[in-house]
Design a binder for this molecule. Structure first.
Ligand SMILES: [Zn+2]
Length: 239
């Protein structure tokens, strides 16, 4: 299983940077997870858009789904039908996506498991201002968990059970983090991963702050746009 970091910033990009989007590639399938601005341009460095077997949206905040609005035009131009898995919510973002005739809309729910070819994907509800689902994907050999956007919560244990790698929204500088912050801090991420059998990768990098020093102090690895990880048992290797 390979994880491509197409974009990892939020909630808005720095120069030449894309927002949350990850390609999960296994032997038989290619699944796009989140689709922030810049995602489609970067995806095409690796595959053609029509090769996608599905798109999963963890939640419908703009920094995780803006490029879906352009993806509609690609699908219409190329006569491509795409399965789009997303929360069912009453919002203009939802209606824009669900009203697209080239998307097959599939609603995701807590504890729901789907199959996309050789990928078995389970959704676990997280806590964030919008309904948000973490995603656990396995190809039967290795397991990757992605938290989406969330604060620290007990469902993380369900999401990360059996994971070899956890890609987590825990890049918030600890000294600026408050109980109202809708993301996890670096310290919370590090504490959560302590003595766990998985490798933690930090994502949702904020443009305003340089977290390099704190991440290094805590022994955390932050992902970068363009990184490609091969998921292994209890860890990963960056190409
Ligand atoms: Zn969000």
């Amino acid at each position: 299983m390979k994880l491509y970091i197409l974009g990892c910033m939020g909630p808005y990009p720095e120069k030449d940077r894309a927002l949350s989007s990850y390609l999960v590639e296994t032997d038989e399938s290619k699944v796009l997870v989140d689709c922030g601005s810049g995602a489609l341009a970067n995806l095409q460095k690796y595959i053609e858009i029509k090769e996608l077997d599905g798109l999963i949206l963890s939640h419908l905040h703009g920094d995780h789904m803006a490029d879906v609005l352009s993806l509609r035009y690609y699908c219409a131009s190329h006569n491509v039908r795409l399965n789009v898995y997303l929360p069912n919510e009453d919002s203009c973002e939802y209606r824009l996506i669900a009203g697209t005739p080239f998307f097959n809309i599939v609603h995701i729910q807590d504890s729901k498991t789907i199959k996309i070819k050789d990928q078995e994907i389970t959704f676990v509800e997280m806590i964030h201002p919008k309904q948000t689902f973490g995603i656990r994907v396995t190809d039967g050999l290795v397991t990757l968990s992605y938290t989406g956007d969330t604060v620290l919560n007990p469902n993380l244990d369900i999401l990360t059970e059996g994971a070899d790698v956890v890609l987590a929204d825990c890049s918030y500088p600890t000294e600026l983090h408050t109980p109202q912050t809708p993301h996890m801090s670096l310290y919370q991420g590090a504490k959560y991963a302590e003595n766990k059998p998985f490798k933690l990768l930090v994502t949702h990098i904020k443009p305003e702050y340089d977290i390099t020093d704190e991440a290094t102090q805590l022994g955390l690895e932050c992902v970068n746009q363009g990184d490609i990880y091969t998921i292994k048992h209890n860890g990963c290797i960056k190409e």
